[in-house]
Write a protein that binds this ligand. Structure first.
Ligand code: 5RP
Length: 223
């Protein structure tokens, strides 16, 4: 199976976690796009979704799925999103699609995070994928130095020759060269650096379940 077919497989499998009659939290990315396409087939059975990005909002609205503002909803039963890496404890690196801040917000208001990913995302230790960090632009240089002191190399994410601007009007640093052996400690520490909006390690908001697309079908991993 191609990677795209594996993404479609887990996107479809995630429907079993959507609670009829309840609003669902929806992430961002190419795997989530497959989930959104599948979700459209049951749009009459849910009031709608809370979205983690402008891109997911637009895709859902185009398919007739109602999108609610996060502030209109208290708790969500489930949040469904992809990952750039996931380890054996359900801790993840996320933010390859630059949506990490809103993803963490919706994950935090959800009782259960269901990760959907193809098996290439499974790792023993987080960090081979550069960690996305959303920063307030004036802090980028100092935060870059703080990562250098940890052995990491931070690069400003670019788009069309300019610094990429997130849905929140901020910038992204992609930090390579880190081996994140204690994701909870790493997330807690970097969260406190002035100017860091969100660090793309999801340990405090880790996955409860991962639907992993493999050559032999969908594996369900629980943490
Ligand atoms: C977006 C994300 C995505 O979930 C992550 O990048 C995985 O994306 P894809 O499903 O396209 O591989 O965190 O900010």
């Amino acid at each position: 199976m191609t990677q795209d077919e594996l993404k479609a497989l887990v996107g479809q499998a995630a429907l079993q976690y959507v609670v009829p009659g309840q609003i669902v939290g929806v992430g961002t990315g190419s795997t989530v796009n497959k989930f959104i396409d599948a979700l459209a087939t049951m749009r009459e059975r849910i009031p709608g979704a809370v979205s983690s990005s402008v891109a997911s909002t637009e895709r859902m609205r185009a398919l007739g799925i109602t999108v609610f503002d996060a502030n209109e909803v208290d708790e969500l039963a489930v949040y469904i999103d992809g990952a750039d890496e996931i380890d054996g404890k359900g801790f993840m690196i996320k933010g390859g699609g630059a949506a990490l801040t809103r993803e963490k917000i919706v994950a935090a208001q959800s009782a259960r995070f269901v990760c959907i990913a193809d098996e290439s995302k499974q790792v023993a230790v987080l960090g081979r994928y550069p960690v996305p960090v959303e920063v307030i632009p004036m802090a980028a240089r100092r935060v870059t130095r703080q990562f250098a002191a940890m052995g990491g190399t931070a690069r400003l994410r670019m788009k069309d020759g300019q610094a990429l601007v997130t849905d929140n009007g901020q910038h992204i640093l992609d930090v390579s060269g880190l081996s994140i052996t204690d994701p909870l400690q790493f997330e807690t520490e970097v969260n406190q650096w002035p100017g860091v909006v969100t660090v793309g390690v999801f340990a405090l908001q880790g996955a409860a379940v991962c639907l992993l697309g493999t050559a032999s079908g969908v594996k369900t991993l629980t943490y």
